[in-house]
Design a protein around this ligand. Sequence first.
Ligand SMILES: [Zn+2]
Length: 310
Amino acid sequence: MENNFLVYNPGQYDRKSLSDDLRKIKNNPFDGVVFSLTKPTTHQKKVSRFYPVNQMITLARELDFKVGLVLDCFENPVYWQKEFFTRPVNYQGKTSVADEFYSPVCPNNPFGIEYFQKLLLKVKRLPQVEFVLLQNLRFPFFWEAEDLDVQLQVPPYCYCPFCVTEFSSVIGEVITSTSQIIEYLPDWMEWRTGVIMSLIHDAREVLAQKTRLAVAVPPLAIIDLPFTTGQLPGAIVESGCLLTPLLYHKTKGGTTWFEDIIEQYRLEIKPQKLMPLFKFQTRTEFDQMIEIKTKNKYPVALFFSGPGWV
Ligand SMILES: [Zn+2]
């Protein structure tokens, strides 16, 4: 089977285990693997540590795997440990609370932007890969825990000092409250989507010659994405990036919305521009997703499983 990538997490990594696991993956229907640049970090650890991705790519290439990379862009548990760090602020003026799996960073936070640039340059120095998936390149939205039926009047995030100051200077008026933002909602929306597109253009500037870029989007209705996350699916695709909807159907306890999302993408975005990420737990589920991939003519798909697949 062609262009099926397994998202592989090597835990704390050692060369021998990775090599053994890759051989096992080789016996399954995957011709590609996806590695993350950063090790999973818990809140107890204070130092961000990167995987030896160079070595991992070499090992995978030796076994004839195609390789993709994931960059966790605006999500960083290490920053949450630092005193200097300004957390994202929601529409009610409350600072974000980190979850074990999600420590969002505002895409207007200068430290966040610096880290993002650092990730891009790191990839630039690595051997060639098939694609780089930009994960969490959006305004904070913990979609796994939130209601996906978005009913808010204003986007949930972010109203941190960096956002409010920058937007104030864009419209030439000092913004101090959410009610003021409601008055300027079209400008606020335009400014937010501009912030995300500008970061995507930065990524393209550094990496477009080197590899294909993909942007991960939460499995929201396409029309809700700009409002909730600042991501503009049409503009992302026009800029030359692939779109990667995160299709974790079990996460939300059902398949209806998952099928709806696939149907929306079928109507609005060409399949060649899509590289969905499916999550599966059993071989039967995996086979169903392969069927979806074939039926919708997605040229490439990523698969992510719980522990125990390999
Ligand atoms: Zn902010």
